[in-house]
Design a protein around this ligand. Structure first.
Ligand code: UDP
Length: 192
């Protein structure tokens, strides 16, 4: 059962529980995606049934930002806490480092994802980065081919919300990855 905040269901997990669930999804064969809606996305979902459905189909819906956590509290359905997408991704990448599991970084302006890859590999020795691509492509086809050729376990999709959520849902069955996470401006932060 998810915790309803203005129509969007959130998984009520601690950071460790969320990372643990993601680690299990990394072992599974079905392409799943994780979303981390902030209040703005919750609001957009009220007027956009398709976006709401896309968010609802995610394997994990994590409350990114204290706004959602406060909202849940005011509504009398408190969540365990906020799970900032960037912190969540770092903890998952730290856990993946040295296990042989690989990550592909998609999104942000040209050069940012490769810089983020370098910084993350310095921070988490043993982290396997399968590849990187910027987020300003016209056609999905060539990007998907490139991602599939590198066979990553995890794909970080950083195209901004709600573009990344729509992109993950639309392309899940074409992507040869185990897990995706939509993380907004995370690559800019990792590269920073
Ligand atoms: N972005 C992208 N392709 C696009 C539009 C945006 O790769 O077509 C990137 C942008 O460069 C930035 C990120 O998506 O790195 C969006 O960051 P922002 O913090 O604005 O997104 P939010 O976290 O609010 O969803």
């Amino acid at each position: 059962m998810r915790t309803d905040v203005l129509g969007v269901g959130f998984d009520d997990l601690t950071m460790d529980e969320a990372v643990g669930r993601a680690a299990v999804l990394l072992e599974s064969g079905t392409p799943a995606y994780i979303v981390t809606p902030n209040p703005e996305i919750v609001w957009l979902c009220r007027d956009d049934p398709e976006l709401k459905e896309i968010v609802g189909r995610a394997a994990l819906v994590l409350p990114d930002g204290i706004g959602v956590v406060y909202g849940a509290k005011i509504l009398g359905r408190p969540l365990k806490g906020k799970i900032a997408g960037i912190d969540f991704a770092e903890k998952l990448l730290e856990r993946m480092a040295g296990t042989g599991k690989s990550v592909y970084l998609l999104g942000a302006k040209p050069g940012v994802a490769s810089m983020a890859a370098k910084k993350l590999q310095n921070k988490y020795p043993g982290l396997v980065v399968a590849g990187t691509a910027d987020g300003y492509f016209k056609d999905d086809g060539p990007v998907i081919e490139k991602i599939n050729a590198s066979k990553p376990d995890l794909l970080l999709v950083c195209l901004g919300a709600p573009k990344q959520e729509r992109w993950m849902a639309a392309n899940a069955t074409r992507l040869n990855v185990r897990l995706m996470a939509g993380l907004g401006g995370a690559l800019d932060v990792f590269a920073g």
